[in-house]
Write a protein that binds this ligand. Structure first.
Ligand code: HEC
Ligand code: HEC
Length: 223
């Protein structure tokens, strides 16, 4: 190869690599914008509340924080806002043995926080944090209609049965012994607060009577 050809190869090769770098950078910036939803004033205020009460001292969010308490990145995905608000204002009003202290948030601070958590829930994190492996395993296998409805309505987001599920509501492994009355369960599912004073469980009144009955029949078998 002559000196001239080598010089040209060097110059054009470098230019090409630089052009590829610029194009890929622009492409990445473009997708990053699409991966995070719009930041409103409420979201911004909520983030300040998150810092003010040092939530990160116990929780992780978007990969940062402590491992003492559950990850908050997708907190609003499986829990209704009404429930979250009650919990934030006073954790023990929902879960008598909650380890999270009552932090003294105002109603407005709680609303802003929830807006912030809704925002993080919408950020595309490539499915991080991963769903619990055991919960996925439990979805396989044979199941009664009541069990399927239990899964379909994501009751396990808040309840454990035999060690699988969330801990926001009571463990249901023996709920049939504690509450054997099927009519109680039917009323409770339609409108929890009608049988449990100040209940933080969301109502499932949108289900059909048939579905509610199937669920209740399943619940009383849990002994
Ligand atoms: C001292 C540690 C601590 C601090 C500080 C703390 N939390 Fe928690 N939080 C917990 C623990 C532990 C749980 C798990 C439930 C329980 O046992 O209390 C929890 C649960 C939650 C839940 C989930 C409820 C559920 O049932 O899924 C939310 C939402 C939450 N925390 C939000 C926050 C926010 C927002 C802040 C800051 C304003 C905060 N936490 C500050 C320890 C803490
Ligand atoms: C957002 C969280 C949440 C979801 C989702 C949820 N629950 Fe609950 N559940 C609670 C809380 C909190 C309580 C305690 C207050 C009460 O008894 O109403 C509770 C109580 C119960 C109880 C009474 C248990 C006892 O020992 O007192 C049953 C049964 C129950 N839930 C069944 C279900 C079923 C079935 C589903 C799905 C269709 C469901 N829950 C979905 C939060 C939830």
């Amino acid at each position: 190869m002559s000196t001239n050809a080598a010089k040209n190869l060097f110059i054009y090769g470098s230019l090409l690599c630089f052009a590829v770098l610029v194009i890929l950078t622009i492409d990445t910036m473009g997708t990053l914008d699409k991966r995070a939803p719009e930041i409103t004033e409420k979201v911004d205020a909520g983030k300040k509340v998150w810092h003010k009460y040092d939530c990160i001292g116990c929780h992780t969010i978007l990969g940062n924080g402590s491992y003492f308490a559950p990850d908050m990145t997708k907190a609003t995905e499986r829990k209704p806002k009404g429930y979250l608000k009650k919990f934030l204002l006073n954790p023990r009003s929902i879960k008598p043995d909650a380890a999270m202290p009552k932090l003294g948030l105002s109603e407005e601070e709680a609303d802003n926080l929830i807006a912030f958590l809704e925002w993080t829930s919408k950020v595309d994190t490539n499915d991080w944090p991963p769903k619990p492996v055991l919960a996925a395993a439990a979805a396989a296998g044979t199941a009664s209609t009541g069990q399927m409805l239990f899964r379909k309505n994501d009751c396990a987001a808040c309840h454990q049965i035999a060690g699988l599920g969330g801990t926001a509501g009571p463990d249901l492994t023996h709920t049939g012994s504690k509450q054997p009355d099927i009519d109680w369960h039917i009323r409770h599912l339609k409108d929890p607060a009608s049988v449990v004073e100040n209940s933080a469980m969301p109502a499932f009144a949108h289900l059909s009577d048939e579905e509610i009955r199937m669920l209740a029949e399943y619940l009383i078998t849990l002994k």
